[in-house]
Design a protein around this ligand. Sequence first.
Ligand code: DC
Length: 224
Amino acid sequence: GPAGAGKSSVTKAFAKRLGMLYLDTGAMYRAVTWLIQQEKIDPQDHNQIKQLLKNLKLELEPNQQVTKIIINGNDVTDAIRSPQVTSMVSVVATHRSVRDELTSQQKEIGKAGGLVAEGRDIGTAVFPNAEVKIFLTASPAERARRRIIDLQNQGFSTPSLDKLEKEIKERDEMDRSRSISPLMQASDAKELITDGMSIEQVIEEIERLFRAKIPHEVWPNPSS
Ligand code: DC
């Protein structure tokens, strides 16, 4: 789903509830971005980035809360959340070579099953055969309202609701129209519009869809 739909919060809480592993694919794009910055590589330089990918060692430990991530021996689990990484990651995520490399690693991680994954291209490019696909969304007005509450809770000053809604619409348009892995609902994904729903209600609805689709025998044990 689009930015600000609540993918991370919902996926994490759902994985915990069902005792499944949580894979945050954005963290992988962030880790590569961290390395590019560390090596002082121009984020537009295809050739240097390709070279960097040749020697890439990305170690991931998905659990139920956070995807611990180590790149070329550096634990970057926290560092990848910095504003510097955030401001460059969308450029890095447009490189075909980066997407191919990370998508193939994600497919490898998913082979064993029992995984709850989130990301803009999960239901389309990464796991086209996933058993349950949710396209999580909310109207721009609702996402703007939630964003304002988040900012207030973190003690930041807040822009006007109109300005924020306009920015969200612009970002949606960019995400949908980019040529590489655009934001797109998979044809077999269930769209869940979460306007007016609490996180708890969203998780309950996803759990209902999951339990309707997956036979009892393979239900993971819910964690406490
Ligand atoms: O979800 P996030 O903010 O951590 O994602 C970081 C960036 O990576 C964001 O610009 C979108 C991009 N991304 C992507 O292109 N494909 C994914 N599967 C996950 C994230």
